[in-house]
Write a protein that binds this ligand. Structure first.
Ligand code: HSE
Length: 312
């Protein structure tokens, strides 16, 4: 018999990774959201509680990322039953750590564990993307894919997404610094120019190709040379007071690269494991010099994706 009550965890994520706007991201399982679903004879989705570090989110399923993702799953499978949903938020609101994606992913992973004929992971990705669209105003998978699959993940395509988990040299770790500010993803997308300068396009394309090739070939020098966003970061850095100093501090302590996590305001750096503490401390101090407090994490880039925590 399929379980009737399931809790799933989905990790946070760093989207874009400097050079892969809307297509690249890695999971951060130091933070994450949990969703508990109970099977209900009443069709649809009833959100009964939202707890944790964020509580002020819509209870109407259509306006909630996890609710909308679940509704998309119900529609895809034409389920005759519904779900009661509790959301436990571990990811701060508008932090740039993929909180809306994680809630959507946790919801569909929990629901999937209750189905006699489960969805494939690509189908789960598609329904979770419907949820993400509620939060950001557009469908993109660079938070959803890493949260669902784990590790560094490239997603090619929207309607028919292809996903590739990219091996990252084990020596590379991430430093994640979350300043106590909020940046709305919709607003951070709205400020972006609709056009890209040709030379920036060439440079960014080379950087994305160089970074991914470097990951596959363990070429730390190529990874370092490539990990630079020449298109998005310069437009968004105004939303994060102190960003320029934080980035400079990370690079000065030996980071391979440092940029905005997703739409911000979280900033991430990739560095060799031995440099992580010095990079983290320098980044936090640079925010402090701007009178901004920050949370911080050091995490491997290779980590697991969403999973069921309990079922009964
Ligand atoms: N790629 C997205 C962005 C991530 O940077 O706008 C946030 O949803």
């Amino acid at each position: 018999m399929s379980p009737t009550r399931v809790t799933a965890f989905a990790p946070g994520s760093v989207a874009n990774v400097a050079i892969g706007f809307d297509i690249l991201g890695f999971s951060v399982d130091a933070v994450g959201d949990r969703v508990t679903l109970t099977r209900s004879n009443k069709p649809g989705v009833n959100i009964t509680s939202i707890r944790g570090v964020v509580q002020d989110l819509p209870l109407e399923a259509e306006k909630n990322t996890a609710g909308q993702a679940l509704l998309a799953l119900i529609k895809m499978r034409e389920l005759s039953f519904g779900f009661e949903m509790q959301i436990d938020k571990g990811i701060p609101l508008s932090s740039g750590l993929g909180g809306s994606a994680a809630s959507a992913v946790a919801a569909v992973v929990a629901a999937n564990a209750m189905l006699d004929a489960p969805l494939t992971r690509i189908e789960l990705l598609k329904v979770a993307m419907e949820g993400e669209a509620v939060a950001s105003g557009s469908r993109h998978a660079d938070n959803i894919s890493p949260s669902l699959f784990g590790g560094l993940v490239l997603t090619v395509g929207i309607d028919n997404p292809r996903v590739k988990q990219i091996p990252v040299p084990e020596v590379i770790h991430a430093v994640i610094v979350h300043p106590h500010l909020q940046v709305s993803t919709k607003a951070a997308r709205a400020i972006l120019s609709r056009t890209v300068n040709m030379s920036d396009f060439v440079w960014q394309t080379a950087n994305l190709a160089g970074f991914i090739s470097g990951c596959y070939t363990n070429d730390l020098d190529l990874i370092k040379a490539s990990l630079e966003d020449v298109i998005i970061e310069k437009q968004r850095q105004v939303l994060i007071p102190g960003f320029i100093d934080v980035r400079a501090a990370a690079l000065e302590k030996g980071a391979l690269g440092c940029s905005i996590s997703g739409a911000g305001p979280t900033v991430f750096a990739l560095c060799l494991e031995r440099d992580t503490r010095a990079v983290r401390d320098a980044m936090v101090q640079a925010f402090a010099a701007h009178h901004i407090e920050a949370d911080k994490w050091i995490a491997p880039v290779q980590s697991g994706g969403a999973h069921v925590v309990s079922s009964e």
